[in-house]
Write a protein that binds this ligand. Structure first.
Ligand code: ADP
Ligand code: ADP
Length: 227
């Protein structure tokens, strides 16, 4: 586990034509679940991608724990991204989808198997390891996407609209599952969404963005229940 700290992080696209993120500063504490929320185009995804190292930082600094990561390659950052479940490899088994990041990291076969089995147990996927993603329900597929993040045992999870692809009923169920799982694992999490209900119900704190600027950062009740 680690804190994640942003200090005056700015993203300029198109040679100065667009400031997608402006002077963004916040600290996510060890084990905290922060929801980054705001309308489409406000810069949430860009902010998350800069933390992950998938987007160059134009100005400012990002720390994961005590480590300054601005110039660090994405795969050397101790974080795992969780995308929508359709980011799974359709031709690979559930086992291989979950094991994939460990195989990339050249982890031993024995340790890989141990971690995949443990993730499968936590996510109740033990009986589905030989199936292909196409043979699973939407919720199971989303859990496989979570499994792929969990096995790395990262300091932090970065989740980008992981539920936006699911139908309404499943979204409600997976909101609770992801929040519950995060609390059990205690892994520092930044969760990006445009969905106010997710922001209200899932996180310890909510960071509200608009036009690339952080408007407010506070508990869900202080943000949404103010008279
Ligand atoms: P959100 O995740 O809140 O929907 P984004 O971070 O995706 O917002 O986008 C923020 C702004 O930056 C938008 O105006 C978007 O069009 C722009 N943008 C995002 N990615 C790029 C890019 N690769 N090149 C140029 N502009 C981009
Ligand atoms: P190979 O080395 O030929 O890939 P493996 O024994 O590693 O053979 O795996 C064969 C298939 O069985 C894999 O593609 C994977 O989907 C599945 N598999 C491997 N280990 C496990 C396991 N512990 N539990 C469930 N399925 C597994």
């Amino acid at each position: 586990m680690s804190s994640v700290t942003l200090q005056n992080v700015t993203k300029i696209y198109g040679g100065g034509a667009l400031k997608a993120v402006k002077d963004l500063s916040f600290e996510v504490e060890d084990g905290e679940f922060l929801v980054l929320v705001g309308p489409s185009g406000c810069g949430k995804s860009t902010a998350l991608r800069m933390i992950a190292g998938l987007e160059e930082i134009s100005d400012g600094g990002v720390w994961i724990g005590d480590e300054f990561v601005n110039d660090m390659h994405p795969k050397d950052r101790d974080i795992a991204m969780v995308f929508q479940s359709y980011a799974l490899y359709p031709h690979m088994s559930v086992y291989d989808n979950i094991a994939f990041p460990l195989q990339i990291a050249k982890m031993s076969r024995q340790e890989t198997e141990k971690r995949v089995q443990e993730a499968a147990r936590v996510l109740e996927l033990e009986n589905y390891l030989k199936r292909k993603p196409g043979q699973l329900s939407g919720g199971q597929r989303q859990r496989v996407a979570m499994g792929r993040a969990i096995v790395r045992q990262p300091s932090a999870f970065l989740m980008d609209e992981p539920l936006s692809n699911l139908d309404a009923k499943l979204r409600v169920q997976m909101r609770a599952e992801i929040a519950g799982l995060q609390r059990r694992l205690g892994t520092t999490t930044i969760y990006v969404t445009h969905d106010q209900v997710e922001a209200m119900t899932m996180g310890d704190r909510v960071a509200l963005m608009k036009d690339g600027v952080l408007q407010q950062i506070d508990s869900p009740s202080n943000i949404y229940n103010k008279p």
